[in-house]
Each structure stands twice: as C-alpha cells, then as structure tokens.
Design a protein around this ligand. Sequence first.
Ligand code: IPM
Ligand code: MN
Length: 331
Amino acid sequence: MTHKIAVIGGDGIGPEVTAEALKVVQATGVAISTTDFDLGGARFLKDGEILSDSTLAELRKFDAILLGAVGSPDVPPGVIERGLLLKMRFELDLYINQRPFAGMAPGHTKPHDFIVIRENTEGPYVGEGGVLRRGTPQEVATQGSVNTRMGVERCIRYAFELAAKRERKHVTLVHKTNVLTFSGNLWERTFNEVAAEYPGTGTAYNHVDAACIYFVQDPHRYDVIVTDNLFGDILTDLGGAVSGGIGVASSANLNPARTGPSMFEPVHGSAPDIVGTGKANPTAAVLSAAHMLEFLGEFRAAERVRAACVAPTSGSTSEVGDELARRVAAG
Ligand code: IPM
Ligand code: MN
C-alpha cells in the first residue's frame, strides 16, 4: 500500500530539514507518494493564503502530514501560528502532541528516556478572551484557558495507554493545581479517576515549576508525563535542551481516533538566521518522520530510522541526511 503524504516544508529551514526526512523515509523502501503544499509565512506574504478551508479539505484526504517549520520574521506574531499550525491542530482534532526525550542531561552520567504527552486542542491556546480600550492607559486584556472533561480525559487516557505498553509503566501529571485551582482540579480529578482503571501503572504529580527543576536535576524519574497545552509547550523546549538539543527534538500531533490525518513536525522553529547555511540539524525532522511511519503501521521501518539516529552524526544538513539514509539502507 502506498501512503499518501502531504508535505508542508514551510519557512526558513523547514524545507531543508523536510527534504532530508523524506530522503531517509525513501531509504526504508516504504512506498509513499508526496504532494507539496506551499504554506507558511512566505506564501502568506505572496498572496495572503494562510490555510483556506478548501486547502484544509484537501489535506484531509491524506494519510499523514509532514511539516518542516512555519513562521517568518516579516509576518506579525500569531498570524501563521494561529492561522496555519493551530488551525490544523484544532480542525483535524490532533489532540495529542507526543514528544519523546532521550539522552544524557548536562552533568549526568546516566541517560533518561521519557515522553511528554501534551494536550493539543485546548487550554490557553483556544484563543478565548479579548481586548478592551486597546492602546489606552485603561487597556484590558484577558486570555482564558478552556479545559473540558472530554478533552482532558482523552489526553490522560492516551498517556495511560501509552505507559501500559512501556517498561516502567508510570505516568506523572504536571500542572499548577496550587494556583490554577479550577482547571487544575479538573485535571487532577480526571487523572485520579483514569489512574484507578490502570492499577498496574504507577503515578505521580508535580507542579510545573518543580518539574522544571527535575527536568534538569533528575529527569530519570520520568516515564510518561501528561500535561496541558501551554505547560507542555514550555516543558518540551526544556526537554529538548536537556536531551541533546532542540535539533533532535521530534514531535507528533496525533488524532488517535483517526478521523483525519495526523501531523508530524520537529519541535524547533523555522530558524531564519541559519537558512541556507547547511547548519540545520535534520535529525528532529527525521525522527518526526519515524513517528509518522510508526503511526502508519510501518513499525519495522520506524525502528530502523530511529536506530540510525542513535549514533552521532556530523556535517551539513544534507550530509547528515545522506548519512542517516545510508545507515537506514544498510540496517
Ligand atoms: C510548538 C510551537 C508552537 C506552539 C508555536 C509555533 C505556535 O512552539 O509546537 O511547540 O506553541 O505550540
Ligand atoms: Mn513550543
């Protein structure tokens, strides 16, 4: 079966790292067909298109979406993020953002290996709120956080299902229940109720500020972490920083119900400062593509790609891509 992949290279280094990811996928021998979608900041500046409903309808026809990075310094903040990236996450109901972290944190001699499950369709990301008296001394800005029982529960349930398949079988809830008492309480109660259905799985709770310390000082305590959209966003940059850098941090935006395609993208952004220099590390994009292969049921190919990324690489963007493709072909 040929998997139909929509490719959004996007802006900055996005197209560069995506090309290498596709090179490595090709080396697995898995049959894919790719269709390029010209979307992102550059496209917006060209003709105003961000993500029209008809383009979104096109994207729905694919088995998966591979995305490089979007965002351009010439476009005001939020336009592409909300109009393209978040629109895809919300409209395609990509309610899980799965971000694995493995490596040796600075100063440690023992490797860690954990996965952050970030809720991806709610929280402060929904854009609830507004502005009054803009630009005046009396300006008021509110930015709400939406947390639904359904949304929180399906995310927590996913984390427990994932942990049940892992060796350590442990889930940590990260939130800020001591201050965000309304949403925190909903998360905590739901977590405890779902946990009761998984008696073989261990649990813990960390406030998000404490979790930041543990990410640096004791990341080994974690197996699966489940958290809300904004905490997950911030924590996963830190996760990248203590796990070999943002250049190897991969992510999967998943619709586990499979009512539409899932989207796979590196955690990093478009890095316009290094575009065209060959300095971008394509490993994060390659590992995101490995997750795509796994989600498409190509387990063996996904394993081979991940195995190829274990040993260190060096060189330019395309040299690293070539080397990873060579390892996959040989593996
Ligand atoms: C991420 C990014 C996005 C987010 C931005 C680009 C909207 O930082 O995927 O982590 O905040 O979710
Ligand atoms: Mn982020």
